[in-house]
Ligand binder design. Structure first.
Ligand code: BGP
Length: 466
């Protein structure tokens, strides 16, 4: 009958992060992270000059927000601990920071919500960045220490842990594409950062296993990685050079992490090609043994858009660095114009099939999916609620794709919507709104359900999509 449903035990939840919601950027003993530093140095880089400072006021409104999530039928959500809030610059627990997260996890349980906890969401403490950030081993070690302390502190409360959110993004945005502070254009340094984050991930998993064996972490706890996956496509009639572009771009963004978390090593073909092009990773003799510890219990897939590539016109970019692909403009692409991202729900199905066929046994869930829309206040209806049928279409189409992947045998367990409650989107600040719940900046961060929230509540209740 063409009716799409999701399994009864399929979970629905919300995804968010500490730096984008908490606010209170310099109280409670929190030290500066890179977002605070960038805001202080160049507020003009942020949409409407809204910096990192206030998040979406979550620390003041968390009880209300948790209740809202539960009222929409969600049973889980994910946020992140901010390294810069939990630890002092001396690497010790900041008691006020710890108290906040204990309180948040307590309130979550009380609201009937399972809180998934991620340890790092692009929020490098500034003093560590000044020591070289992810370009330095010292910082990899500092992350491992932070992870160890977090497992010990919250190990009895938290069941679902994640080492990183989107480890592909910092190398790309900060070091390669020049988009985020410190705005570098250096392909090689970006790969060093990517390599060091891979080691940090593996050391984090190892610390988790040790803490679990020692009884510091619950026996039923799991560790995972959350990454942004961009299924990589090329033109319909590809040349061998187009396929080569797919191999390298898909290899750097997707296979790199999938191989690490399922097999405990990096894809050899990708590392070899990088080396052949003069991009050498800062490998040390014992690194293979470290990476081998990176195998996780399950995976979160953030999916916003696919990547479409073709053979590059030149094998060097404008900065003289290796270039593996040019963008391929697919004439049929449907765009979310606000964000400039292609809307392609089938990418989730294709990801699910990739996991089923190439990484058998790997359980996964959709850890982010969402649609950000500019000037959404213009859609406000007469009763004050934002009318957003486009969001319903977007989420339904993606969930249909998930249900088809599950029907084809892919082990997808749940779906977290990104930005359930409008939040601060890095340098885009509050430009593109993702929420099923509006945050009214003109009215003291007041929360108001958008029309789409009615639909969401119905789907979480029935698990029926069409
Ligand atoms: C992901 C991040 C989130 C979130 C989301 C939406 O890459 O994990 O932190 O921000 O994308 O993107 P944006 O906020 O840039 O519109």
């Amino acid at each position: 009958m063409g009716k799409h449903t999701l399994p009864e035990d399929f979970f629905f939840g919300a995804a968010m992060s500490g730096p984008q919601t908490e606010g209170a950027w310099r109280s409670g003993g929190k030290i500066e992270n890179l977002w605070d530093t960038w805001s202080n140095e160049d507020l003009g880089d942020f949409y409407n000059r809204v910096g990192s400072y206030a998040g979406n006021d979550f620390m003041a409104r968390y009880r209300e927000d948790l209740a809202l999530m539960a009222s929409l039928g969600l049973t889980t959500y994910r946020t992140s601990i901010q390294w810069s809030r939990l630890l002092t610059a001396e690497g010790e627990i900041n008691p006020e920071g710890a108290a906040w997260y204990h309180e948040l996890f307590r309130a979550s349980r009380e609201a009937g919500l399972e809180c998934f906890v991620n340890l790092y969401h692009f929020d490098m403490p500034t003093f560590l960045f000044r020591r070289g950030g992810w370009e330095r081993r010292e910082v990899v070690e500092a992350y491992a220490h932070y992870a160890e302390l977090a497992f010990r502190e919250f190990g009895q409360e938290v069941r679902y842990w994640f080492t990183f959110n989107e480890p592909t993004v910092e190398p790309e945005q900060r070091y390669q594409e020049g988009v985020w502070y410190p705005k570098l254009h250096d392909f090689g340094r970006a790969r060093t950062v990517q390599y060091h984050i891979s080691l940090a991930h593996a050391l984090g998993v190892a610390a988790f296993r040790r803490a679990q064996a020692a009884g510091e972490v619950r026996a039923d706890a799991k560790i995972g990685l959350i990454n942004a996956f961009t299924p990589t496509y090329t033109r319909e009639d590809p040349t061998p050079a187009d396929l080569e572009a797919v191999r390298m771009i898909g290899g750097i963004n997707n296979r790199w992490w999938l191989d690490l978390i399922t097999a405990g090593h990096l894809p050899e073909d990708v590392v070899d090609t990088l080396g052949a092009r003069g991009v050498n990773l800062p490998v040390r003799p014992d690194d293979d043994a470290i990476l081998a510890e990176g195998v996780v219990d399950w995976l979160g897939c953030n999916y916003y858009h696919p990547t479409r590539v073709q053979a590059p016109a030149s094998d060097r970019d404008e900065y003289g660095l290796p270039r593996f692909a040019d963008e391929y403009i697919w004439p049929e692409a449907r765009m979310n114009e606000s964000r400039g991202w292609e809307i392609y729900p089938q990418g989730l199905y294709d990801f699910g099939i990739d996991v089923r066929d190439n990484y058998p046994g790997l359980e996964w869930f959709v850890s982010e999916s969402g649609m950000g829309v500019m000037d959404e206040y213009k859609h406000r209806g007469e009763d004050g609620r934002i009318e957003d049928p486009y969001r319903v279409d977007f989420v339904r189409d993606h969930l249909v794709s998930v249900s088809e992947a599950i029907a084809a045998g892919s082990p997808c367990r749940g779906y977290h919507y990104w930005g359930l409650i409008d939040n601060w989107s890095w340098s885009n600040a509050f430009k593109n709104r993702y929420g099923f719940v509006e945050v009214d900046l003109m009215d003291g961060y007041r929360r108001r359900l958008k029309r789409s929230a009615d639909w969401l509540a119905e789907v979480t209740r029935t698990h029926v999509l069409d």
